[in-house]
Design a binder for this molecule. Structure first.
Ligand SMILES: [Zn+2]
Length: 239
């Protein structure tokens, strides 16, 4: 395996020699990058060829990555949701003896929902309510932790279901978060918390604002990208 740098990142590739190849060729697939060389070429020719075609290789790598993301979205099976970024099976147990209250508990990568006989169709509602509660406690914890680090004084924290926003910060310092963030990996939830707390320092999205974010959360770009790419995973059909 060889490595070269393309657009600032290390790209590993394999070199193959082929009797039949007439010219140098690069292939990019989910399996990886391969440079095929005709007889008589040296490995360093592969490196040079990769560099000459860096723009094309970069585009192909992005295409493969997009396809992988799309596939990941499509293959989240029925009754599986993301919880803290991990696929979690939602299991419903109907209990004829259970009176009225539904119960939900989380164990070993599973979310078990106990429902009374009459509430069979209420799974989605029960799961959402439970996730909102988990989201609230984890968001409050993250807000408190980062507020300490950032020396800011936020107001109260509310948890909602905004259609298009992950969080917001009012002029009075009240923070709102989307409960669906509990489905995202913790580093994504933490980024959104840092983002909103940073608005207590810089209310706008100026370069100064992003400097505050980057100072506290250097990997914020990855988190933003994750949110952009996986929004669909955070809106599962819970019924
Ligand atoms: Zn903002």
């Amino acid at each position: 395996m060889c490595t070269t740098r393309i657009e600032g990142r290390a790209v590993a590739y394999q070199v193959k020699w082929s009797e039949r190849a007439r010219r140098l060729r690069i292939s990019v697939s989910a399996e990886g990058v391969t440079v095929t060389l005709p007889r008589g070429y040296a490995a360093r020719d592969a490196e040079r060829f990769m560099q000459e075609n860096a723009g094309w290789v970069d585009g192909q790598l992005k295409r493969v990555e997009r396809a992988r993301q799309k596939q990941a979205r499509q293959t989240l099976p029925k009754d599986v949701i993301l919880l803290r970024g991990k696929p979690t099976q939602v299991k419903v147990v109907i209990e004829p003896d259970r009176k009225s209250r539904a119960l939900i508990h989380e164990a070993a990568g599973r979310l078990q929902v106990h429902l009374p006989e009459g509430a069979k169709g209420k799974k989605g509602e029960v799961v959402e309510k439970a996730l909102r509660e988990i989201a609230r406690s984890e968001l409050e914890r993250a807000v408190a932790a980062y507020a300490r680090v950032m020396h800011v004084n936020p107001g109260s924290v509310t948890v909602r279901d905004q259609r298009t926003r992950w969080g917001s910060c009012s002029t009075r310092g009240t923070l709102s978060f989307n409960w669906r963030l509990i489905m995202a990996p913790p580093e994504v939830l933490n980024y959104v918390v840092v983002h909103e707390l940073s608005h207590l320092v810089e209310p706008n999205h100026s370069p100064a604002f992003w400097k505050v974010v980057a100072h506290v959360y250097p990997t914020y770009r990855e988190a933003r990208l994750w949110l952009k790419r996986n929004t669909g995973l955070l809106r599962p059909n819970l019924n």
